[in-house]
Ligand binder design. Structure first.
Ligand code: TGC
Ligand code: FAD
Length: 391
C-alpha cells in the first residue's frame, strides 16, 4: 500500500496563499477544532445556536472580516473566504451566522449607511456585541424579492413600516435588523432601514420543526406600524440593486464555505472506508468505492481552485455578479453531492450524528436554496450568456 495523498495536497492551495492568508486560515481552523467541533453535534440535535462563541468570533477578526475601518480588520477576500471555509467544515449554520453578520448586515451599513450609522454599529458588530439580521425574503416573495409587500410610509421625520419577513437568519437573537421595504410600487423604491430590537410593533417569531441548519437561528419578522426615524434609513440604498449587491458578497462567502463542508465529508468518507472491512477487505480497496471518492475529490479540487481564482478577482474589484452566481451554484451543488455520497459510503453509520456527514447533508440542502436557489443562479448565468431574461 502506498502513502495516501491528502485532499489538501491535491488542492495545493497553501503554496498559492500569502502569509496573512495562511495565518488567518490556521487560526480559524484552530478555533474550530478546539471550540466548535466538540459541541456542534449537540447544538444541532438540541436546535441551539452556540451564542457563547460570538465574542470569540469577534476576537478572531472574522465578523466584518473583509471590511475596512470602523473596527473591521480589512482582510483580503481570499482570507475571509478561507475563514468561511474552515468554519463551515464544522457546520454551515455557524458560517451562516458569520455571513449574515458580515456580508449582509455590516456590508449594508458599510456600503449604504450614513457616517453616524457606521460609527454607531460597525465597531460593536465587529466585536460581536451587536448581532444583526437581514430581512429581504417574505412569505410570498423569495426568489423574486422585487415583488415584496413590505411598505415604508413617510411620517414627518419618521417612517412607518408594515409587512413581514420570513426565513431570516438570526431573527430572534438580533439586536438590529436591516429591513428592506418599498416606498411605492416600483422596484426602484426599495429602501433599507435599520430597525432596533424593542421597537414598538416589531417582533420576531420562531420557525418550528426546522430540519436543516439546526445550529443556526432562523425566524420571521413582523412589522406592525413600526415607527423608525429618518436617521435609521440607509441613505445611499436606492432600489432593489442595493440588497442584491449585499447578496453578491454573501454568496461569495457561501461558495467558499460549502467547500469546507464538502472537504469534511470527503475526509470522513476516506477515513471510514479505509477503516471499515466488508467481504474480508477494507471498503477502500473496492473499485466502486474508489470511484465515488475520486469523483468527489475531482469536484472539490476543481471548485477550490476556481474559488481561489475568483477570490483574487474579487480582491481586484473585478468579480462580476454572474461569476458569483456560477461559483455559488457550482459549489453548493458539488458540496451537497459530496455530502450525500459520503453519507451513503458510511452505510447506516452515515445517518448517525456521531459521523457528522448527515448533519452536513441536511445543512447543505439550505445552502442550495438560500442566497438565490440553484435555479435562480442558472437563470442569472443564462441571462449573462444570452442577454435574455428567463426568470
Ligand atoms: P433585475 O431587474 O435583474 O435588477 C434590479 C436592479 O438590481 C440590479 N442588480 C444587481 N445589483 C447588484 N448585484 C446584483 N447581483 C444585481 N442583480 C441585479 C440591476 O442592475 C437593477 O438595477 P437598476 O439600477 O437597473 O434598477 O431584478 P429582478 O427583479 O429581475 O430580479 C433578479 C433576480 C431574480 C436575479 C434577483 O431578484 C435575485 O437574485 N433573486 C434571488 C433572491 C435571493 O437570493 N434572496 C436571498 C435572500 S438573503 C439570504 O438568503 C440569506 S441566507 C443566510 C446566509 O447567508 O447564511
Ligand atoms: P421560491 O422562490 O418560492 O422557489 C421555490 C422553487 O421554485 C425553487 O426551487 C426555485 O428555484 C424555483 N423557482 C423560483 N422562481 C423560478 C423561476 N423563475 N424559474 C424556475 N424555477 C423557479 N432570506 C433573507 O432575506 N434573509 C436571511 O437571513 C435568510 N436566511 C435563510 C436561512 C435559511 C436556513 C433558509 C432556508 C432560507 C433563508 N432565507 C433568508 C430565504 C432564502 O433566501 C429563500 O428561501 C430563497 O431565496 C428562495 O425563496 P423561496 O424559499 O421563497 O422559494
Amino acid at each position: 500500500m502506498s502513502t495516501p495523498v491528502s485532499l489538501e495536497e491535491l488542492i495545493a492551495w497553501t503554496s498559492l496563499l500569502s502569509e496573512e492568508e495562511r495565518l488567518v486560515r490556521a487560526s480559524v481552523a484552530r478555533f474550530v477544532r478546539d471550540r466548535c467541533q466538540p459541541i456542534i453535534a449537540g447544538c444541532f440535535e438540541d436546535g441551539e445556536f452556540p451564542k457563547q462563541l460570538i465574542p470569540e468570533l469577534g476576537a478572531l477578526g472574522v465578523l466584518g472580516g473583509n471590511l475596512e475601518g470602523y473596527g473591521c480588520p480589512g482582510m483580503s477576500a481570499v482570507a475571509y473566504g478561507l475563514a468561511c471555509h474552515e468554519i463551515e467544515a464544522c457546520d454551515s449554520g455557524l458560517r451562516s451566522f458569520v455571513s449574515v453578520q458580515t456580508s449582509l448586515v455590516m456590508y449594508a451599513i458599510h456600503r449604504f449607511g450614513s457616517e453616524a450609522q457606521k460609527r454607531k454599529w460597525l465597531p460593536e458588530m465587529a466585536a460581536g456585541r451587536v448581532i444583526g439580521c437581514f430581512g429581504l425574503t417574505e412569505p410570498d416573495h423569495g426568489s423574486d424579492p422585487g415583488g415584496m409587500k413590505t411598505r415604508a410610509k413617510r411620517d414627518g421625520d419618521f417612517w412607518r413600516l408594515n409587512g413581514s419577513k420570513l426565513w431570516i437568519t438570526n431573527a430572534q437573537i438580533a439586536d438590529i435588523a436591516v429591513v428592506w421595504a418599498k416606498t411605492g410600487d416600483d422596484e426602484k423604491s426599495v429602501t433599507g432601514f435599520i430597525v432596533e430590537r424593542g421597537a414598538e410593533g416589531f417582533s420576531a417569531t420562531d420557525i418550528p420543526r426546522k430540519l436543516s441548519m439546526r445550529a443556526s437561528v432562523t425566524g420571521g419578522l413582523s412589522l406592525d406600524d413600526v415607527r423608525v426615524s429618518e436617521a435609521s434609513r440607509l441613505p445611499e440604498a436606492r432600489g432593489l440593486g442595493a440588497p442584491l449587491s449585499c447578496l453578491n458578497n454573501a454568496r461569495f462567502g457561501v461558495a467558499f464555505g460549502v467547500l469546507g463542508a464538502a472537504r469534511a465529508c470527503l475526509e470522513q468518507a476516506i477515513a471510514y472506508t479505509m477503516g471499515r472491512t466488508q467481504f474480508g477487505v477494507p471498503l477502500a480497496r473496492k473499485q466502486l468505492v474508489q470511484q465515488e471518492l475520486a469523483d468527489m475529490a475531482n469536484e472539490v479540487v476543481k471548485a477550490s481552485l476556481l474559488s481561489l481564482h475568483f477570490a483574487r478577482l474579487k480582491d481586484e474589484g473585478k468579480l462580476s455578479p454572474a461569476q458569483v452566481s456560477l461559483l455559488k451554484r457550482n459549489n453548493c451543488r458539488i458540496a451537497l453531492e459530496a455530502a450525500r455520497k459520503s453519507r451513503a459510503l458510511l452505510g447506516a453509520n452515515g445517518v448517525s450524528g456521531d459521523y457528522h456527514v448527515m448533519r452536513h447533508a441536511m445543512n447543505l440542502e439550505s445552502t442550495y436554496t438560500y442566497e438565490g436557489t440553484n435555479e435562480i443562479h442558472a437563470l442569472i448565468l443564462g441571462r449573462a450568456l444570452t442577454g435574455e431574461s428567463a426568470f
